[in-house]
Write a protein of this length. Structure first.
Length: 228
């Protein structure tokens, strides 16, 4: 079900929708963020960045560093974590290139009801795409969880010059399918996602995060079908 909103949240949504200049165009594509939307990746990301810090002999990952890392590309995250430590960022990147992606991917947890909703969208003729800040292991993730068959197009941070919150990845998807901005939803869970959607001009669906102004907020993937 779509969650109810407070007066303040309703006002934020109204302001957001005015910026979107939404109309009644049919939604032809749903674009998903990966971490926090397709998968609960908190444990996996915390393990990875903590492991890197430990292996390089640095003090433990701070909560501020973890929050930043969770919504940025791995390169941006490592640059932030090892800022001011000459040479350590390069060591972390070299370490990343040698790691087995399965060590982190095995800790991902697919969000409930994702697969039946993706199948339902496909049955309705709605395109499914991914815009993610992930870089190297997205293909491995989709294969491991048997999701590749359910997505029509995937854009990672490696496929664009400017990752989210820049709108390039969303615009790339719209251009790929020759879609207008009013023909797509973007489902995300962070302010980074919301900013990217706003900049691209598409309607933003907040997943499990009522703190972000959005066209709608859902706590279950099944609620998305009610918005089409």
């Amino acid at each position: 079900m779509v969650v109810s909103l407070s007066h303040v949240e309703k006002e934020e949504r109204r302001i957001y929708n005015e910026k979107m200049e939404r109309d009644s165009s049919k939604i032809r594509c749903v674009i998903y963020d990966c971490d926090g939307v397709l998968f609960d990746s908190l444990e996996a990301n915390r393990w990875f960045y903590s492991y890197v810090c430990e292996e390089l002999g640095r003090h433990p990952l701070t909560e501020e560093e973890f929050i930043h890392a969770h919504t940025h590309t791995v390169h941006e995250a490592l640059h932030h974590i090892f800022r001011g430590v000459p040479g350590m960022e390069c060591q972390a990147l070299e370490m990343l290139s040698r790691m087995d992606p399965e060590e982190s991917v095995a800790r991902l947890k697919m969000e409930p009801n994702l697969v039946p909703v993706l199948e339902g969208l496909r049955a309705r003729g709605v395109l499914r795409a991914i815009s993610t800040s992930r870089t190297t292991n997205m293909e491995h993730i989709l294969k491991k969880f048997s999701l590749a068959r359910l997505f029509d197009f995937v854009v990672t941070a490696r496929d664009v010059q400017k990752p989210k919150p820049h709108p390039e990845s969303i615009e790339k998807i719209l251009n790929h399918f020759a879609l207008g901005t009013q023909e797509a939803f973007f489902v995300g869970d962070s302010e980074t996602d919301q900013k990217a959607a706003l900049a691209a001009g598409v309607r933003f669906i907040a997943y499990k995060n009522r703190k972000i102004p959005a066209y709608a907020c859902i706590r279950d993937h099944r609620a998305l079908l009610d918005l089409l």
